[in-house]
Design a binder for this molecule. Structure first.
Ligand SMILES: Nc1ncnc2c1ncn2[C@@H]1O[C@H](COP(=O)(O)OP(=O)(O)OP(=O)(O)O)[C@@H](O)[C@H]1O
Ligand SMILES: [Mg+2]
Length: 455
């Protein structure tokens, strides 16, 4: 049972009751009506507030639905697969690209641990992807996913962390795209590239052998001349020796003086004695020339590729140009402008090959030129030595100029050029710290130039 109280409200109600019993019903009704009106007014206010709130809420709800539809639409339109996981690795959402790629439904994966969705063999690769920490926060990896029949191709995966409003780690978003096809294509490309490099090396070797062949032909041509006159001289000397021996025998046989004089005349002993000096000198010169050529040949030995030595430019250019010109067997106006005492450090055999290539190209280009002229110069400019080889041929076709340094680019007929000369030369010059440049001269002809650090 509730107990009687003496609160202020209770005493107010008591006095109202007293007023009604003593003063009559009219006052009582008026006051009641006023109170009711007040209550109804308040109710109206509350009701209209409620209506307003409801409209607001509906509005907000529509906006929220629209935003959610937008986000869903974006996620679904992403062509990469997308997996959202919580901090423990439980799958919270996947997009349709994922379902499509794996042939699995949302219900099949959402709520399961990601470890059960991937290929069991890739478990170790998953660990770093679920804990992307540090900078940059995105972690890259590769995964295969489990399918009904086994597992998918390899996917490249990026894992980005998710944080709540207080910055706490709450999970990751994994995005991925298949790379199996790409990887196979890359491997095939890599293999083809290696194959090409091997073929190129082989061709370079062949080109080296070819230039060695040209060199040997040039050397043979060079040796032929001195050897033939050494040979001729020796023949004459043999004949002279026979005459002298006969004459000396006659002297020692104590023949008559008149007979000896006649014999001396018939054996032409005086001319023989006179001829001896030039004959021996000539033979000596021939022998020296042969030994010079052999010395040059040894200096240019191709087995020394890669060795670095001090190279005298004057000597290098003289031998290379001369040999190139001799092998081509053409008459040209050759102008050499070589400063003396220029030295660089490099590989003489390789640099020789560059000069020979450039001179041979120039001579080939001037094939139809009426008065072919080749200017080869080497001059010091600051700490560098500038090499220039200019011809007065037709110049390089403007459509070809950007291709001439490419391997196998040639405008020569099959069998006349491999198109490797400039490519090899470019590589050699670059290895020596320079750059081989080609340009056409304003008044016709082409110039090839490069600068190398002076030693
Ligand atoms: N001095 C030059 N004047 C005009 N064109 C040139 C000159 N030098 C080179 N070229 C052009 O550059 C091309 C490539 O030269 P490169 O030396 O690489 O090969 P190639 O001479 O054709 O063949 P290889 O050197 O193997 O015998 C030549 O075919 C030619 O068209
Ligand atoms: Mg060439």
């Amino acid at each position: 049972m509730p107990k009687a109280t003496h609160s202020p409200e209770a005493s107010e109600a008591d006095s109202l009751l007293k007023l009604v019993t003593s003063g009559g019903a009219i006052e009582f009704d008026r006051e009641r009506e006023g109170a009711w009106i007040e209550v109804i007014r308040k109710m109206d206010e509350v009701y209209s507030d409620l209506l307003r709130y409801e409209v607001d809420l509906e509005h907000k709800n529509a906006e929220l639905e629209e935003a959610q539809a937008f986000v869903t639409n974006v996620i679904e339109s992403v062509s990469d697969i997308l997996i959202v996981c919580d901090a423990r690795g439980m799958v919270q959402q996947v997009n349709s690209a994922f379902q499509h790629a794996l042939g699995r439904s949302v219900g099949d994966v959402v709520g399961r641990n990601i470890a059960d969705v991937i290929d069991a063999a890739d478990g170790a690769k998953l660990v770093p992807l679920l804990k992307p920490r540090g900078t940059p926060d995105v972690v890259d990896g590769e995964l295969r996913f489990a399918t009904d029949g086994g597992s998918t191709d390899l996917f490249a995966i990026n894992s980005s962390p998710r944080h709540d409003h207080r910055g706490r780690f709450i999970g990751v978003v994994l995005t991925g795209r298949p790379i199996g096809e790409l990887r196979r294509a890359y491997e095939a490309l890599h293999k083809a590239h290696q194959e090409l490099q091997r073929a190129q090396r082989q061709l370079v070797e062949q080109e080296k052998m070819a230039s060695l062949g040209r060199l040997v032909a040039g050397v043979a041509h060079e040796l032929n001349n001195p050897i033939s006159f050494v040979y001729g001289n020796i023949h004459t000397l043999i004949r002279y020796r026979a005459a002298i021996v006969a004459y000396l025998d006659a002297i020692h046989g104590k023949g008559r003086a008149s007979d000896l004089a006649a014999l001396k005349k018939s054996l032409r002993i005086d001319e023989v004695m006179e001829d001896f000096g030039p004959l021996i000198e000539g033979t000596m010169e021939g022998a020296v020339r042969i030994s010079e050529i052999v010395k040059n040949l040894r200096r240019l030995s191709f087995s020394k590729l890669g060795e670095v030595e001090r190279v005298n430019i004057e000597r290098l250019i003289n031998t290379a140009v001369l040999w190139a010109v001799r092998t081509k067997q053409v008459r040209i106006d050759l102008q050499m402008e070589l400063e003396p005492e220029l030295w660089i450090s490099g590989n003489e055999g390789q640099l020789h090959q560059v000069i020979v290539n450039l001179v041979e190209n120039a001579i080939d280009a001037m094939r139809d030129t009426e008065l072919p002229r080749l200017v080869v110069s080497a001059a010091r400019k600051g700490n560098e030595i500038l090499f220039r080889i200019s011809d007065n041929g037709p110049g390089i076709d403007k459509d070809h100029i950007s291709h001439i340094f490419e391997p196998f680019f040639t405008t020569k007929r099959v069998g006349e050029g491999t198109g490797l000369g400039l490519w090899i030369s470019y590589g050699i010059v670059r290895e020596h710290g320079g750059e081989l440049l080609a340009a056409n001269e304003p008044d016709g002809g082409a110039t090839f130039s490069f600068a190398l650090p002076a030693a």
